[in-house]
Write a protein that binds this ligand. Structure first.
Ligand SMILES: *[C@@H]1O[C@H](CO)[C@@H](O)[C@H](O)[C@H]1NC(C)=O
Ligand SMILES: *[C@@H]1O[C@H](CO)[C@@H](O)[C@H](O)[C@H]1NC(C)=O
Ligand SMILES: *[C@@H]1O[C@H](CO)[C@@H](O)[C@H](O)[C@H]1NC(C)=O
Ligand SMILES: *[C@@H]1O[C@H](CO)[C@@H](O)[C@H](O)[C@H]1NC(C)=O
Ligand SMILES: *[C@@H]1O[C@H](CO)[C@@H](O)[C@H](O)[C@H]1NC(C)=O
Length: 809
């Protein structure tokens, strides 16, 4: 109740004052200067101003700023400086102080009749103390006077004091320290001067003070201890290389790499990649060789060190070219090679030793030129020359061809050619020439046979036809007698010419046989020694004998005959024992058979040693497997007395030790046992009768390795398939032929039958021709000499040619 009463009284009073006195009253009735205060910029500021008579004077209260402008009321966040009512209090708010806001702030209350009261205060805003040039870590250089910088800024000059270490011992200026504007000078730095220093800045006006702890390290000038090269500072091109610069120093140094020599001061392309202290070459090249400098530097200083990198390269041959030289001229072959280390270079050739070559060489640091000189090039110098350049890295070989140009050259500058009848001869002007020569033929004639005008006639004919030709052969058929004579062929190129003379002579049959001698005689055979007659015509190539028993010569004119190619034993066999024979010989050359010589008489004995044995299967003895080696013996002539045994002896080639000797009764098959694989044997066999041993027959055969033989015998799968296909095709063809023959149908019939009709006549003729040939070969004297049995010769009487029967001719 009492509270209620006071409230109602004061309420009443307020209404009264409001109604009547309101405009006359102020909030306070005094002036006051509260004081001056320092504020750090950035601080927030707040001040209250209380209205002591709120009911009467509240509206009369305001805040004025430094320039007496009113500070308006506003909520927070709207203005930096504002006022705010809180009950009866008008509050001044400054969110963040700054120097321009310094000044006098007044709370003013002013009544209607100009009563004015002020409560004022001064705000001085100062900037806070701060450090400049005061890095937390600083370096001292050993042995020198070094400075630790630490400066502070503030509105008034701050005072700086220094102390050091954990004891926080104050540093005073003495012979060790000097304190200057920008910092602390430490004289003659030693390792002991490293540590933590405190730089204390203080502003007396504001009492503000700030500490800065600075760690001082004693710097070391970098020293490049070593440059390591991995794998090595001498290496082969294409390999990777890492160079690492090992330096100490504090603070940690940084590195600069350079290469010397630089090309004429220009900055050479950097071919490496730097990774801190290292440089890496992915694959080094010859250009990368040189001196590399690593510079390590920090604040304390700089040092550098060099390393030399040597790059080895495989030799390269830059010059070794084909040359063409004329015979008789001097020549040089040059081989130029480069490589590191400098290569050794040689010029090589394979073959007979030519004139001693002279090598001269010229070399530089990485190259070598060598020269092979020839004072006078000869034809035999033409060949491939090799240049081999080698060094530690490897070798390179190049080849060149020295081609020798020379005038034409004949192997036989004079030749004799036999011609006869209408035989065509082939005159050869074959020569060597470089470049190819032009050939000119001419006919020189033969003084006896060819009159001057005939020679001219022939040559005119030729100059129209074949003179100046590159043709090396001409065919000549001396149908006219005067065409026998001397022919000349001149081969010519720009280096000269050469001449070949060919004498075409008329060939004739050999003269009669001279002396004939019997070299061996048995009961069934006789062997002669024949000597070709003195002869100026074409050479003798064989002999012919006509022989018969004395009895037959008395009865008939038709006698046995026999021909031999020259050089084989002249033996006649299948003679009757104890018989008188007559024989006469003729020599054979390409023209024909000469006249038969005088008769010779000989008598065969009643008995003699047997003929040497012969075999049926010597050719395939090698082919059969070891266990099947059986020699098939053809029984030889016993020469009048039964053969009682054979002796067979076979030894591995080149020894007389491991021989097998067999004495066997006359038989047809002999098994060869005790043979070893991969061995060649020499076999000898004789037949024996009461008179003695025949001459031996010899045979050489090889026993192959089982596997080799097996390999040759087995067919590959491919071959079997091939044969199968061939058989199928053959069956089809046979079937078709059967159809053709029986029904005149099938593929062949449709394809060929019509045409065949026309050709039938022709076919018949060709078949006849074949038959003729066959007859011919029967009439041809065929002589088989199965002794040593390897060669068989045939004498074709109509052509006069003697050929090996198995030869391809
Ligand atoms: C090249 O010379 C080197 C070193 O003498 C040798 O090893 C190499 O076999 C030679 N090569 C030929 C192809 O001659
Ligand atoms: C050098 O001569 C040889 C042999 O005549 C030939 O095979 C080769 O192609 C020639 N080389 C050059 C570069 O002419
Ligand atoms: C002449 O003989 C040679 C070799 O003997 C041969 O190459 C050439 O073709 C023959 N010429 C003629 C025209 O028969
Ligand atoms: C050579 O002898 C054979 C029989 O051996 C005979 O047919 C041929 O006519 C003879 N030839 C000569 C030229 O006497
Ligand atoms: C076969 O003999 C020859 C010479 O006696 C020998 O060099 C070779 O190694 C032999 N081969 C085998 C497979 O034994």
């Amino acid at each position: 109740m009492i509270k209620m009463k006071t409230l109602s009284i004061s309420f009443l009073l307020a209404i009264i004052s409001a109604l009547f006195v309101k405009e006359c009253f102020t909030c306070f009735t005094y002036n006051e200067f509260v004081g001056s205060k320092m504020w750090k910029s950035g601080d927030s500021f707040y001040s209250e101003c209380v209205c002591e008579h709120p009911v009467l004077a509240k509206k009369n209260l305001k805040w004025l700023g430094p320039n007496d402008q009113e500070i308006v009321e506003s909520g927070p966040g709207k203005a930096k400086v504002y006022t705010e009512w809180k009950g009866n209090t008008l509050n001044l708010h400054i969110a963040s102080l700054s120097k321009p806001l310094s000044g006098i702030y007044k709370c003013v209350s002013e009544g209607m009749n100009r009563q004015r009261y002020t409560i004022s205060q001064k705000i001085e805003v100062y900037d806070p103390l701060y450090f400049v040039n005061a890095n937390a870590t600083q370096y001292l250089i050993k042995g020198q006077d070094s400075l630790i910088t630490c400066e502070a800024r503030a509105d008034s000059n701050p005072e700086i004091t220094w102390s050091k270490g954990q004891d926080d011992e104050e540093i005073t200026v003495n012979n060790k320290y000097d304190i200057i504007q920008v910092g602390l000078v430490i004289k003659n730095v030693t390792e002991d001067d490293a540590g933590t220093y405190r730089c204390k800045a203080q502003v007396l006006d504001t009492g503000e003070n700030v500490d800065r702890y600075i760690k001082a390290e004693v710097m070391k000038v970098p020293v490049v201890k070593e440059i390591s090269a991995n794998p090595n500072n001498v290496l082969v091109e294409g390999k990777p290389l890492t160079l690492d610069c090992l330096a100490d120093g504090l603070p940690l140094p940084s590195y600069i790499w350079r290469k010397f020599p630089n090309h004429a001061g220009s900055i050479k392309n950097v071919t490496w990649h730097q990774d801190f202290s290292k440089i890496v070459f992915k694959n080094i090249t010859e250009e990368d060789r040189g001196v590399y400098q690593c510079t390590a530097h920090n604040k304390a200083g700089v040092t550098a060190k060099n390393i030399t990198v040597e790059v080895h390269t495989k030799p390269r041959i830059s010059k070794f070219k084909n040359i063409t030289v004329a015979e008789g001229s001097p020549a040089t072959i040059k081989c130029a090679a480069t490589g590191r280390p400098r290569p050794d270079v040689i010029i090589l050739y394979y073959g007979d030793e030519p004139a001693q070559p002279v090598f001269r060489n010229k070399s530089s640091e990485n190259s070598m030129d060598i020269v092979l000189t020839f004072d006078k090039i000869e034809k035999f110098h033409e060949r491939i020359y090799y240049c081999n350049a080698s060094n530690e890295v490897g070798f390179t070989v190049e080849k060149m061809y020295l081609k020798v140009l020379h005038k034409p050259h004949f192997k036989n500058p004079e030749e004799m050619v036999w011609a006869w009848d209408e035989k065509t001869v082939n005159l050869s002007c074959e020569h060597e020439s470089q470049p190819p020569a032009i050939v000119m033929w001419s006919f020189k004639g033969n003084s006896d046979l060819a009159p001057e005008e005939k020679i001219m006639e022939v040559n005119q004919l030729w100059s129209a036809k074949i003179s100046k030709t590159t043709e090396h052969y001409i065919k000549l058929k001396p149908v006219k007698n005067f065409l026998y004579g001397t022919y000349e062929c001149i081969a010519k190129n720009h280096l000269g010419s050469a001449k070949k003379v060919i004498h075409v002579k008329k060939g004739f049959i050999p003269p009669p046989m001279g002396h004939v001698q019997i070299s061996d005689i048995t009961a069934s055979s006789v062997t002669f020694e024949l000597t070709a007659p003195e002869n100026t015509g074409p050479p003798v190539i064989g002999f012919k004998a006509e022989y018969d028993t004395e009895l037959n010569y008395n009865i008939t004119n038709i006698h046995l005959n026999r021909t031999w190619a020259i050089g084989i034993p002249y033996k006649i066999d299948k003679l009757e024992k104890m018989t008188r024979y007559f024989i006469r010989f003729a020599a054979i050359n390409e023209v024909g058979t000469g006249p038969l010589g005088p008769f010779l008489q000989f008598d065969t004995p009643g008995k003699s040693v047997p003929e040497p044995p012969t075999w049926e299967n010597e050719a395939d003895l090698t082919e059969v497997p070891l266990q099947n080696k059986i020699l098939k013996i053809k029984a030889p002539e016993d020469n009048g007395d039964l053969i009682d045994y054979y002796v067979i002896k076979y030894c591995p080639e080149g020894t007389e030790s491991n021989c097998t000797v067999k004495v066997i009764p006359p038989t047809t098959n002999v098994a060869l046992d005790d043979l070893s694989e991969n061995t060649t044997y020499l076999l000898e066999m004789v037949a024996h009768n009461s008179v003695g041993n025949s001459t031996p027959t010899r045979l050489e055969f090889t026993v192959e390795m089982m596997e080799d033989l097996a390999q040759r015998m087995t067919m590959s799968a491919g071959e079997i398939v091939g044969i199968a296909i061939a058989v199928v095709i053959l069956c089809i063809v046979l079937l078709d032929i059967l159809l053709l023959v029986t029904r005149k149908k099938g593929m062949i019939a449709t394809c060929c039958f019509k045409k065949n009709k026309k050709k039938k006549e022709a076919n018949k003729q060709s078949r006849d021709k074949k038959g003729l040939l066959k007859d011919n070969s029967e009439t041809t004297d065929t002589l088989k000499r199965p002794d040593n049995g390897h060669k068989e010769y045939e004498y074709n009487k109509s052509t006069g040619v003697i050929t090996g029967k198995h030869s391809a001719v």
